[in-house]
Design a binder for this molecule. Sequence first.
Ligand SMILES: [Zn+2]
Length: 239
Amino acid sequence: MTLVAILSGAGISTDSGISDYRGPNGLWRRDPEAEKLVTYDYYMADPEIRRRSWRMRRDSAALRAEPNAAHRAIAELERTPGFAVRVITQNVDGLHQLAGMPPRKVLELHGTARAVVCTGCRTRSSMEEALARVEAGEADPACEACGGILKSATVMFGERLDPVVLGEAMGIAKAAEVFLAVGSTLQVQPAASLAGIAAEHGARLVIVNAEPTPYDELADEIVREPIGTALPALLKRLA
Ligand SMILES: [Zn+2]
C-alpha cells in the first residue's frame, strides 16, 4: 500500500470557476472591506457585516461549482488497488468529495462553505437551508436551536484551525510516501509547513503549481504545467 498525501490549494479549483479569495493575492487580502466579511471579530460585532456576508454567500457561484479533471483524477487514484490516498485541502468548496473522494479521507483545514455552524451552541446545519432562509427574507438568520449567530463552517480570519484536523494532517504528512502539493502557493501557514514535514520524514515531494513556492528547493519534482492536464498524467504515472 502506497500512502499518497495530496495537499490542495486554490489552484486546483480554478478550472471549476472558483477564484482564490483567501491567498496572499486573493480578493479578501486586497480589499479591507471584503476582508471584514470573513473576519471573526467584525462578523460577530456588526449585524450589517453579517447581512452583507449572507448576501455574498447567496450570490456566490461556489456552491454550484462542479469538480474538474484534477479532482476526479485524485478520486480515481483513491479507488486504485495498492494506493491509500488522503487529501488535505485548504479549499472550502467540497469539490474533492463531490468528485468521489470518501469524506473521511478529506481533511478540510479551513472548514467547509457547504455547512453553517452556530457560534453559540456549535450546532451544524446545511448552507443550502440557511441560504433558503436568506432568500425568504431573513437577512441574518439566527440559530433555530438557541438563537445564536450563525456563520459559515469555514475558518474565518481570526479563528484557529481545528487542532484535531491539523494533528491528523501532520500525521499524514509524516507517514506519506508521496506528498503532492497541488495548486497551493505554500505561503499560508501552517498548511504550507506540511510540505516541509513530509519531505523531512522521507516523502517524495512533488509540487504542482504555476508559480514558484517557498518549498521548491525541497521538492523532488516540480510541475508548472496547468493542473487540469498535468495532475491526471502525473497520477497515472504513479499508478
Ligand atoms: Zn445555536
